[in-house]
Ligand binder design. Structure first.
Ligand code: 13P
Length: 282
């Protein structure tokens, strides 16, 4: 298991008025980019992976790559399961050594979400890992799950309190106008709702769908209590643009490593940009 959990990193960052970046990884280049960004800024980070990332790269394989990089780069980092679809997958990740797991019951009725998220929290706490759960439903596509505007709903602050008290989860992911993937127009974050949740809920709060939210809105969300910020789409986009530009400059090339190096460098710059955004005043 990594030496730190998500909760430890988030609490340390919160004590300075900062938030912790959680970056979705799936291959060597994305893991190296996060590692280099964390090393250059000397800031703790969360590596996170979804079921699809595990299917793509192999759960244990990706875990081992991350553990190797934590060691090689000498960084402080947690390894987190993002949007765990089943308790079996939570079990599998904890057994391998993840220091943080999310069970995503946001599509379930409230009581069932409570039931499953409680199991996730108990299993995580039994091995001193962090647990995350989600209440409310975000628009957009994340992993295999697609949610349209009709199905989406915001987190109710009173339900959030009941949910956190019943489940004993460590991190609460909220739906406050955030969405997975790039936004169609300007995102409208419901800051009043966030402040209300923050006032009555003690648990660290997670902002999913942070790609494309303007910088000032991100910093306002941090000032209102957001502790963990998930970045996936912008990070993947950086890889693709780096590779694309290399291919445009070098048509018909077979230099896969050079193209991927350019993509990795763009991802690293994105990680540094986000880490700096998440620590206002530094
Ligand atoms: P984005 O793809 O919008 O950055 O969202 C990432 C996320 O919330 C992963 O759980």
């Amino acid at each position: 298991m990594p030496k730190v959990t998500s909760l430890e990193l988030i609490q340390e960052a919160r004590s300075k008025g900062h938030a912790t970046g959680a970056f979705n990884v799936y291959n060597l280049e994305s893991i190296q980019a996060v590692s280099e960004g964390a090393k250059d800024t000397n800031v703790g980070v969360i590596f996170q992976l979804t079921k699809s990332a595990a299917e793509y790269g192999g759960l244990k394989n990706i875990y081992d790559l991350i553990m190797n990089c934590i060691d090689i780069y000498g960084i402080r980092a947690a390894i987190h399961l993002d949007h765990g679809p089943t308790i079996d997958m939570v079990d599998e990740c904890l057994e391998i050594g993840f220091s943080s797991v999310m069970y995503d019951g946001s599509a379930l009725p409230f009581d069932e979400n409570v039931e499953k998220s409680t199991i996730c929290a108990q299993k995580a706490h039994a091995v001193n890992a962090t647990s995350e759960a989600e209440l409310g439903k975000l628009v957009g596509v994340e992993d295999d799950v697609s949610v349209d505007e009709k199905e989406a709903y915001y987190t109710d602050p009173k339900d959030a309190l009941k949910f956190v008290e019943a489940t004993k989860i460590d991190l609460l992911a909220v739906a406050i106008g955030n969405a997975h993937g790039f936004y169609k127009g300007e995102p409208h974050i419901d800051f009043d709702r966030l402040a209300e949740i923050r006032d009555i809920v003690d648990t660290a709060i997670v902002l999913h769908g942070a790609s494309g939210i303007p910088d000032d809105a991100i910093q306002k969300a941090i000032s209102l209590g957001i502790g963990k910020i998930n970045i996936d789409t912008e990070f993947r986009y950086a890889l693709m643009r780096g590779v694309e530009d290399y291919l445009k400059a070098n048509p018909d090339t077979a230099q896969a490593r050079k193209a991927l190096s350019d993509g990795r460098e763009r991802m690293k710059q994105k990680v540094i940009e986000k880490i700096n955004l998440f620590r206002p005043g530094v």
